[in-house]
Design a protein around this ligand. Structure first.
Ligand SMILES: [Zn+2]
Length: 421
C-alpha cells in the first residue's frame, strides 16, 4: 500500500509497513491478521509476514483465539507486546532531574525525581550527571530484559532539535551545549551504545504529554505552560508542535508586559516570568524566607511548599502575591490566546500546587483581556502530570515515533524464531 516511486528501496517500504501494522494493531487490538489486512489494504500474505517480523522483534504477540467468530477456522488474535521494549524520558530543570520510562502501551515502568542544582553545577557537570542518571535507569530491574528504543532529554532552553544542541538556556546558564552528541558518547562508553538520543524543549514535550496522556488528552489545539523559574509554552496546533522558523515559538515568559517592571533573567524588564515565574512569586509571597541571592535549586521546592501552606492558612501576603501573579499570567495568556486560539491552556510544574490561588484571577484576566468573547472558549486548567510532564512527554513521543516509522524498530530478539515467510 505504501509502494511509491522507483526510488523507494525495499527496506524503507518494509519498515514503513511494519509501522503501519504496528499502529493498526495498537488501534484494533485484540484483532486478527485478517482484520489488519482489511484495515490497511495490505494483502494477507504480506500482513502475516509483517506480523511475524513484529513478533520476532517483541512488539506484537498472539493473545488466543477469537471466540466470537462462528464461521471457519477461528483466527488467532493479536495485541501489542508490552514486555519487550522501553522508552525513557528525562527532564532537566533548575532544581531537579525527573525520569520516566514507559512500555509499548505507554504504561509507566519507572519514575524518579532527583534533586539536582543544574544552575550551580554548570553545563559539563550537568551533562555527566544526566548521563549517570540515565545509566542508572537503564540498569534498573524495572527495565531488565527490555530493549530501550530511545532516550529523550527535555531542557528549558532554545534547542536546535535536529542536531540536539542546547543553544541557549538562560535559567541554567548554558550556551551551545552539544547535548545529544555528548550523551551518545557517554552512554556508549557505559555500554548503551547505539541507543537513539533526542533533545527537545521542555515545554514542547510537556504539551505532547498533555495531548497524549494528560487529563485532557486528545485536545489538539493546546498550550502547556511550564511553571518553573522560567515560563515557557509548548504549543500544539492540530496535534503538531508549533516550533517556528528557528525553534523558539512559545517563549511567552519574555512577553514584555510591564515597562520598567522587575528585571528578567534575559536582561530586559517587565517580562511575564519576572512578574509570575516561580522566583518572582516566591519573593513576593514569602519575602521573609527568600535569601538575598539567586534561588538555588534546593530552595525552590521548600519555598513553594511554604507559600502554599501560608496561602492555605489565609496569610494575606502569600494570597495577595499569588493572586497578583494569577492576574499577570492571565494577561500573558490573553496574548497567547489572541495569537494561537488554543482550546485549552494547561498550567504545569510548580503552578499546580499554587493553582487554587492563581487560577481565579488568571481565568478572569484572560477573558477580560483576550479579543474573542470568553477568550474563544479557551479553558485554563492545571496539569495532572506533576513535575515530570516533560519527561513523560519525551518517553511518550518516542513510542509514538516507533508507530509512525520515525524511530528505528528494535531488531529481532535473540530468542525469537526465524521469520517463516
Ligand atoms: Zn525576559
Amino acid at each position: 500500500m505504501t509502494v511509491g516511486s522507483g526510488t523507494v528501496n525495499f527496506q524503507t517500504v518494509r519498515e514503513t509497513n511494519l509501522g503501519v501494522v504496528l499502529r493498526t494493531v495498537r488501534e484494533l487490538a485484540p484483532c486478527s491478521r485478517a482484520a489488519v489486512a482489511s484495515a490497511t489494504g495490505l494483502n494477507k500474505t504480506t500482513v502475516s509476514s509483517l506480523v511475524s517480523d513484529l513478533m520476532a522483534r517483541g512488539l506484537v504477540r498472539e493473545t488466543g483465539r477469537n471466540a466470537r467468530q462462528r464461521v471457519g477456522r477461528p483466527g488467532v488474535l493479536l495485541a501489542l507486546d508490552d514486555s519487550s521494549i522501553a522508552a525513557v524520558g528525562l527532564e532537566v530543570n533548575v532544581d531537579y532531574l525527573s525520569v520516566v520510562a514507559v512500555d509499548l502501551l505507554q504504561r509507566e515502568l519507572l519514575s524518579r525525581h532527583v534533586p539536582f542544582d543544574a544552575r550551580t553545577a554548570g553545563a559539563e557537570e550537568s551533562v555527566l550527571r544526566i548521563a549517570h542518571t540515565l545509566g542508572d535507569v537503564l540498569a534498573d530491574p524495572a527495565l531488565s530484559g527490555r530493549t530501550v528504543v530511545g532516550v529523550s532529554v527535555a531542557v528549558p532552553a532554545l534547542i536546535d532539535a535536529p542536531s540536539g544542541v542546547v543553544t541557549h538556556a538562560p535559567n541554567l546558564g548554558w550556551r551551545d551545549v552539544p547535548l545529544r552528541e555528548r550523551l551518545s558518547e557517554l552512554l556508549g562508553a557505559a555500554g548503551a551504545e547505539g541507543v537513539p538520543v533526542r533533545v527537545d524543549n521542555d515545554a514542547n514535550l510537556g504539551a505532547v504529554a498533555e495531548y497524549r496522556v494528560g487529563s485532557f488528552a486528545g485536545t489538539a489545539d493546546l498550550a502547556y505552560l511550564t511553571g518553573e523559574v522560567g515560563i515557557g509554552a509548548g504549543l500544539l496546533a492540530d496535534g503538531e508542535p508549533l516550533r517556528g522558523a528557528s525553534g523558539f515559538a512559545g517563549e511567552v515568559g519574555h512577553l514584555p508586559l510591564l515597562p520598567d517592571g522587575p528585571e528578567c533573567a534575559c536582561g530586559r524588564r517587565g517580562c511575564l516570568e519576572a512578574l509570575a515565574g516561580i522566583g518572582a512569586i516566591l519573593r513576593e509571597a514569602v519575602p521573609d524566607r527568600v535569601p538575598d541571592r539567586p534561588l538555588s535549586g534546593s530552595d525552590i521546592a521548600a519555598l513553594v511548599e511554604t507559600a502554599a501552606e501560608r496561602a492555605e492558612n489565609g496569610d494575606a501576603t502569600a494570597v495577595g502575591a499569588l493572586e497578583r501573579a494569577g492576574t499577570w499570567l492571565g494577561r500573558g495568556l490573553a496574548v497567547l490566546i489572541n495569537v494561537t486560539n488554543p482550546g485549552l491552556v494547561v498550567l504545569g510544574g510548580y503552578f499546580v500546587p499554587m493553582g487554587p490561588w492563581l487560577l481565579p484571577n488568571c481565568r478572569a484576566e484572560a477573558v477580560a483581556s483576550a479579543f474573542a468573547p470568553r477568550a474563544g472558549g479557551c479553558r485554563v486548567e492545571l496539569s495532572s502530570l506533576g513535575l515530570s510532564a516533560a519527561a513523560r512527554g519525551g518517553a511518550t513521543s518516542l513510542i509514538h515515533s516507533l508507530d509512525a516509522g520515525l524511530l528505528p524498530l528494535p531488531g529481532p530478539r535473540a530468542s525469537a524464531a526465524p521469520d517463516p515467510v
